[in-house]
Write a protein that binds this ligand. Structure first.
Ligand SMILES: [Cu+2]
Length: 250
């Protein structure tokens, strides 16, 4: 077995490598934006949770990488070793420390962003609803109904900017899943049941401008699953009123 002094040297090198990788990783996370464009108030809560989880994950991953890289480089053997090295004894300090740190991190992310994020989404959802949209999934297309306006369409989902929308979702055949990536909100479309999701669009746009503005199916539902998509268009409220009046006459 290595002497304690030699072991201390190994730990020092791993610690230095860990710090370097952590700083580089955090810099990468904070300076780049890999999250696609968002177009709803709810998306901000989801995105900030994602960002926080990534920031917390960097030192954990950097630690594993540092230990792995150092071990692979420092203890490499050019020839096939004839026998296993000495067993590594587990000390109470290492096991206890590992348990304490991982438990604390897990409990922290369950509370924030877990429970706190859910509570924020819940508060947003239960404001006054401005518009109800019924969505029906069927292999392999979506049907959208505006019950207050007597409008039904398979063409596109048009939504007014800044209005709080409740989607009532169901399916007529198999399980589908309602998902507009730019809104970050997703829920299953279940035959015989109505599930609801709340969205407040906060960015005007069309599917041509932003590929994330599409209502897609997120539950594998058969051969046509990948083509089960409908363009989404978020417009100013007066433009929405004009559109819905025109759609009603058709
Ligand atoms: Cu599907």
């Amino acid at each position: 077995m290595a002497s304690p002094r030699k072991q201390g040297g190994h730990f020092l090198w791993v610690a230095i490598l860990w710090i370097v990788l952590t700083v580089a990783g955090e810099w990468l996370v904070l300076s780049t934006n890999l999250i696609p464009g968002a177009a709803a108030e709810e998306a901000q809560i989801v995105d900030s949770a994602f960002r926080l989880l990534t920031i917390l994950a960097v030192p954990v991953m950097a630690f594993v990488l540092a230990a792995l890289l150092y071990s692979v480089l420092r203890f490499r053997s050019r020839a096939m070793p004839e026998q296993d090295g000495p067993a590594l004894p587990a000390t109470r300090r290492v096991v206890g420390g590992w348990l304490a740190i991982t438990s604390a991190l897990s409990i922290y992310v369950i509370i924030n962003p877990g429970l706190i994020g859910l509570a924020e989404l819940h508060d947003l959802a239960h404001r006054n609803v401005d518009l109800v949209v019924q969505v029906e999934g069927q292999r392999w297309q979506w049907q959208v109904t505006y019950p207050e306006h007597d409008v039904k369409t398979h063409e596109e989902l048009v939504l007014p900017l800044g209005k709080h929308v409740r989607f009532d979702i169901t399916s007529v055949d198999v399980l589908h899943s309602f998902w507009v990536p730019a809104f970050r909100m997703k829920i299953d479309a279940v035959p015989g049941q109505v599930t609801s999701v709340w969205v407040t669009p906060n960015q005007v746009g069309t599917a041509e401008q932003d590929h994330q503005l599409r209502l897609v199916c997120a539950e594998l539902c058969g051969l046509g699953h990948t083509i089960m998509a409908m363009p989404v268009r978020v417009v100013e409220p007066p433009e929405f009123d004009t559109w819905i009046a025109g759609a009603r006459q058709q």
